[in-house]
Ligand binder design. Structure first.
Ligand code: NAP
Length: 231
């Protein structure tokens, strides 16, 4: 591998921040291993960014699908240098008692269990190598709260705790951080900031700041609550 060229694993690469990061990392010469649920978007990404980049249809809430993904991509690509647990869902805006059990479970399954599934199947190889950075996407709503997004807030507060505990478990030299990306105009923001999302930066503008910031995270940051330095 050429000096400085890194292998970046991104969950939720098909839209929003994951898509914008994918494009920016590849533009800078790095290799991206990405996933998402949408078959059409994954096929389009693979066509636009051929091998050695690798895109897979994976639902991170399925431990079996994540296990199969890791089994397929780790041997040819090696351990990711940077693992970005970016994929997440938000509940539709509603009071906690108005949100059905199925929707509540789905948000937990993707936002918490999905992150644990990816860690379970990719981090052992990173630990064996004794190197690598794990970034779990949190939110401003992982450090504060608002009405009508209680399930989402619960998962993002969970990211903060899960990641700080993980940071205490990793061997010296490795890094895990929860990251607040800022507020960015994506499908997710349009769902919860109805009408107000367009006041915020587009994902591709955000990625120009976020990607260099992500590439600088190192073991001195282990366990720190980081935020992308946007506006
Ligand atoms: N946008 C913001 O202002 C903001 C603020 C704070 C935090 N965040 C966090 O930043 C991250 C990205 O958010 P975003 O705004 O880019 O969201 P988004 O536009 O809704 O995109 C979410 C991405 O996750 C993927 N995804 C969802 N469920 C998945 C699953 N079960 N398995 C695999 N992939 C899945 C989606 O792809 P498919 O539909 O193809 O699966 C999509 O690529 C999230 O963790 C979010 O909580 C965003």
């Amino acid at each position: 591998m050429a000096a400085g060229k890194r292998t970046i694993l991104i969950t939720g690469a098909t839209r929003g921040l994951g898509r914008a990061m994918t494009e920016e990392f590849i533009r800078l010469g790095h290799i991206v291993l990405g996933c998402g649920r949408s078959e059409k978007e994954i096929a389009q990404l693979q066509k636009q960014f051929p091998a050695p980049n690798d895109f897979a249809v994976v639902d991170v809430s399925s431990d079996e699908q994540v296990a199969a993904w890791a089994k397929r991509v780790l041997p040819p690509h090696g351990e990711p240098d940077l693992l970005l647990n970016n994929a997440a869902l938000i509940n539709h805006n509603a009071k906690l008692w108005e949100i059905g059990a199925d929707e509540f479970s789905r948000v937990m399954d993707v936002n918490i269990k999905g992150v644990a599934n990816v860690i379970r199947h990719f981090v052992p190889a990173m630990v064996a190598r004794g190197a690598g950075v794990i970034v779990n996407f949190s939110s401003g709503w992982g450090r504060t709260t608002d009405a009508e997004v209680a399930p989402y807030c619960a998962t993002k507060w969970a990211m903060e705790g899960l990641t700080q505990a993980l940071a205490q478990e990793l061997p010296p030299g490795m890094t895990a951080v929860p990251l607040n990306p800022g507020i960015i105009d994506t499908d997710m923001l349009r769902s919860c900031f109805v009408g107000g999302a367009s006041n915020f930066p587009a994902a591709d503008e955000w990625a120009k700041i976020a990607v260099p910031f992500l590439l600088k995270i190192n073991s001195a940051d282990n366990g720190k609550q980081l935020s992308v330095p946007v506006g």
